[in-house]
Design a protein around this ligand. Structure first.
Ligand code: HEM
Length: 423
């Protein structure tokens, strides 16, 4: 049930009217006479309980409180109860709530005032019992009214604080949920990468053994095919032998890449100027680009050099460029940029306007032997090797693609001094 609506309704409900006010106004001389003694007794009462004593401990509080209590006592002498009176009483509730004073303490204090005031009133008006009774009733009404206002203010304040706390709690909850989601995403990402690295490592061991086993007979077949080529006379037979040698050459190159991936050669690390490496790679393929109708856009910011193996990084970029060429059979634009997204990191972006990668294929493109090209046209090692090189350099290779629009690879490398970066 809601509290009484307006001041008028409150007063009516309390039964406080003009007659009460007039009776209390008669108490002024009595209150003035005893104010100091009453306030002193009240203060002693507050000092005799540890929790109220603690609230009074700060310097200057006693002096201020005695003055305010005196004023409060005198204000009981027939006050006009209007909006201003109400504001003043609310303020008492607010101040006590801010002090952390639970209602039990100050409600008890109203009772204390009553027990100090009642004997005084009885003594002064004892000869007129009816008047004495009415005056005491008016005093009770007024003090209860004050206590009610103080209580109400206390509850309102508490509710507001709780509401604020609730909102804060909800906001913190949202923040936590967001952080948790982000961390889970990162963890998933890292786990996926760790699994891929694991797969690559076990595959590497297998491949190294296999490459060794296959390499030797391949060499023998190659040698024999070469001998036969000069021994046969028919043009067609010679062409076939040539095809055999070409295909064996292809197998050998695959095996070489596999070996490289399985046991990367000891890299020679030093400062690498990325812009120069990128420029070399692009000019190496410039003829291929123009044959395929591919325009190259360079956007190299002045990025600091990274620590790494220039040759291995060159291989990485060539693989990305070749991948872009394959993705744009009908021509397009290859944009190569270098930038510094963070003080401890450089980024190289290789973007094409080619056919893009199907969302279902995206998670597998760094897997060795994964290829979307027709059988016989690609070995599916280029991107796996590229990622291996990125990892060797403490970096990572990321991809974003839109089917029919193009693909962008982002190589992120730590700078010297950053965790994962060389010295
Ligand atoms: C009959 C009950 C009480 C009444 C009518 C009363 C009245 C007042 C008033 C009028 C003020 C001044 C508010 C302002 O700054 O505008 C005040 C402040 C204060 N009251 Fe009470 N009070 C009561 C009970 C208590 C109790 C039980 C304590 C417990 C120790 C207490 C401690 C204080 C303190 C520490 C201040 C702040 C003094 C300062 O630092 O300025 N009061 N009170």
């Amino acid at each position: 049930m809601a509290a009484p609506d307006g001041l008028q309704e409150r007063l009516e409900y309390f039964g406080y009217g003009e007659a009460d006010r007039a009776l209390l106004a008669e108490l002024r001389p009595l209150l003035e006479k005893h104010a100091d003694a009453l306030v002193a007794a009240f203060y002693r009462h507050l000092l005799s309980f540890a929790p109220t004593r603690r609230v009074l401990a700060a310097p200057g509080v006693k002096e201020r409180l005695l003055v305010k209590q005196r004023a409060y006592l005198l204000s009981l002498a027939g006050p006009e109860i209007d909006e201003e009176y109400l504001r003043g009483r609310r303020r008492i509730g607010e101040v006590h709530e801010r002090l952390g004073l639970e209602p039990a303490w100050y409600l008890g204090a109203y009772a204390q005032y009553l027990s100090l005031l009642v004997p005084l009133v009885c003594e002064a008006l004892g000869r007129d019992p009816l008047r004495s009774e009415r005056t005491l009733t008016a005093l009770h009404k007024l003090l209860l009214f004050d206590a009610q206002i103080a209580m109400e203010t206390y509850v309102e304040r508490r509710e507001r604080d709780l509401e604020y706390l609730n909102r804060e709690l909800a906001a913190t909850g949202h923040r936590l949920a967001r952080d948790y989601e982000q961390q889970s995403r990162e963890l998933r990402h890292t786990t996926e990468r760790a699994h891929a690295a694991e797969r690559l490592a076990s595959l590497g061991t297998l491949v190294a053994g296999l490459a060794h086993e296959i390499g030797t007979p391949m060499g023998v077949i190659q040698g024999h095919a070469k001998l036969l080529e000069s021994a046969v006379s028919g043009e067609q037979a010679r062409r076939r032998l040539q095809t055999i040698r070409e295909q064996i050459g292809r197998i050998s190159r695959i095996i070489e890449s596999l070996l490289h991936m399985a046991r990367p050669t000891r890299s020679t690390r030093g400062p690498v100027e990325l812009a120069a490496v990128l420029e070399d790679g692009l000019s190496f393929l410039s003829e291929k680009f123009s044959r395929r109708g591919i325009a190259v856009v360079r956007s190299f910011a002045a990025v600091p050099s990274v620590t790494g193996d220039a040759e291995r990084l060159q291989q990485l970029f060539l693989n990305l460029f070749l991948n872009a060429v394959d993705a744009m059979p009908g021509g397009g634009t290859l944009t190569v940029s270098a930038l510094t997204p963070a003080p401890d990191e450089v980024e190289v972006r290789v973007a094409d306007t080619g056919r893009g990668i199907a969302p279902a294929d995206l998670p597998r493109i760094f897997d060795p032997f994964f290829t979307s090209k027709p059988a016989g046209e690609g070995n599916g090692l280029g991107l796996a090797v590229a990622q291996g090189i990125a990892t060797e350099h403490g970096g990572r290779l990321e991809v974003e693609s839109q089917l029919g629009k193009g693909t962008e690879f982002r190589l992120l490398l730590p700078l010297a001094g950053a965790p994962g970066g060389g010295s």
